[in-house]
Design a protein around this ligand. Structure first.
Ligand code: GAP
Length: 445
């Protein structure tokens, strides 16, 4: 059973070193979090799993890692300068600011100002002169630089539709209302794919990507029964979207968006193109006199064709929250409670803990290190040489952080070349010969 409340997860994250409030020693900054020794591993494992599934296991997707600081023109023609806003109200009695549609119950809502539009993009200065003109935005989504690099990727890889460009990276939004731990924050990461298709095939591809993404979530330990699909109503669609399906998850605070899958039509490539009237665009775009490229392909009749875009876009923070929530289990064993994170092994921050039973026995410690190095060299993730605490405490700690197996080295190991392997979920222990250990370890993944 998943965690029942967010406080359990927050406490675990802090206690075991997954997630900390940013700048905590100075009182913290709202909406910003730092990822500790285990958090960084979990995050990397989630991102690697997404990259494997979206790039390596397909033959029609290329990767990209673009700059975060983004030229104003990009976010002007993308429509973000004009439309990436939330309605903001001030309460004259409590002195706080809220998103107009998210005024909390503690505010009496008697003395609110009229809503005014507040742009969520962060700005920063470029270069040493702060003249208000040479600024850049911190990108609010990773998608835009995928569109601006469309021609570069096509020219350098000879790709033709259907194909995609994937990117994982930071995005920044000056959110007015933060929510539920890492659910809505001001600095976060997105895993985004822009999949370019022939206009007319877009609706089929949209359905296919919704299906593929649900399958991926299931493989990360987020079962179908915890997910719901939400077809965003026409009047709530983003300015670029013809249709959006949100994958919703039962977070501890309620059912909310985990990932959005949008049909962005030819809006973005069209918006960032010059000579738009030659491109046979289906969507309405603003005239662009600044771009020096046509982000389009030639069809079989030598006419310009601007691909439609299907965009699965998932937040890494929301992935962490959903995956931790599903993995968290509180079990009662003979009057004692144990917390166990039943993470899928490919996501576990530590893949195996190697525990010498006697911390001060040179031969046992040397053997434990040898086994650690051998399993580490397989390249399946972090293997930890655990040289502190007693065995019971080690097991409890590794249950709580989701380590799939603990391997104990004892005197028998020295005599018989065997170790004890303890399974996190069943707590069962078996004796395994060192020669078979590599296979037992590999079989986890
Ligand atoms: N390129 C499309 C796009 O950015 P979005 O629905 O605004 O669409 C996509 O964001 C995903 O990014 C969301 O489904 C969510 O997982 C994540 N996300 C968006 N805003 C976030 C925030 N303030 N904090 C954490 N994650 C966020």
């Amino acid at each position: 059973m998943p965690a029942t409340n967010i406080e359990d997860l927050i406490a675990l994250c802090k206690r075991r070193g997954f997630i900390f409030q940013s700048s905590e020693i100075y009182g913290g900054t709202q909406g910003l979090y730092d990822y500790g020794p285990l958090g960084v591993e979990l995050k990397n494992n989630i991102k690697n799993s997404w990259w494997r599934s979206v790039v390596y296991e397909r033959d029609d997707v290329e990767g990209l890692d673009a700059a975060i600081l983004t030229k104003q023109s990009v976010l002007k023609y993308s429509g973000h300068e004009e439309t990436f806003t939330d309605p903001l109200v001030d309460c004259k009695s409590c002195g706080e600011r809220f998103r107009a549609d998210q005024v909390p119950d503690y505010c009496r809502k008697e003395d609110l100002t009229e809503p005014r539009q507040f742009n969520l993009m962060f700005k920063t200065n470029i270069g040493p002169v702060d003249d208000g003109k040479t600024f850049a935005y911190l990108r609010p989504e990773t998608a835009q630089q995928i569109f601006t690099n469309f021609k570069n990727v096509v020219d350098s890889t000879s790709r033709n539709v259907p194909f995609g460009i994937a990117q994982i990276g930071k995005a920044f939004r000056n959110e007015i209302t933060l929510k539920s731990f890492i659910f809505r924050v001001r600095e976060f990461e997105q895993m985004e794919l822009e999949f370019f298709v022939v206009p007319g095939t877009d609706e089929d591809w949209h359905k296919k990507w919704v299906e593929l993404r649900i399958n991926w979530w299931e493989k990360q330990g987020v079962p179908k029964k915890s997910l719901e699909l939400y077809e965003v109503p026409k009047d709530e669609l983003a300015h670029y979207s013809k249709a959006t399906v949100d994958i919703m998850y039962k977070f501890p605070h309620g059912v909310e968006e985990l990932e959005g899958i949008a049909n962005r039509t030819d809006f973005d490539l069209g918006s960032h193109s010059k000579n738009q009237d030659e491109l046979n665009l289906k969507s309405k775009v603003s005239e662009n006199n600044e771009s020096n490229a046509k982000l389009a392909l030639k069809d079989e009749n030598n006419n310009w064709m601007v691909p439609f875009v299907i965009e699965p876009s998932a937040g890494v923070e929301r992935a962490i929250l959903a995956i931790l929530n599903e993995a968290y289990h509180l079990e009662k064993i003979e009057d004692k409670e144990r917390i166990v994170l039943k993470l899928k092994p490919h996501l576990s921050p530590i893949k195996a803990a190697i525990i010498p039973l006697k911390k001060n026995d040179e031969k046992i410690v040397a053997k434990a290190k040898e086994i650690k190095n051998k399993l580490q060299s397989l390249g399946l993730g972090r293997v930890l040489f655990e040289n502190s605490g007693n065995i019971g405490k080690n097991y409890r700690r590794h249950d709580e952080i989701g380590t799939p197996i603990c391997i104990t080295i004892d005197f028998e190991t020295l005599e018989e070349e065997t170790v004890t392997v303890r399974d996190r979920d069943t707590m069962s222990q078996k004796r395994v010969s060192i020669t078979d250990l590599e296979e037992v370890f590999k079989d986890l993944f």
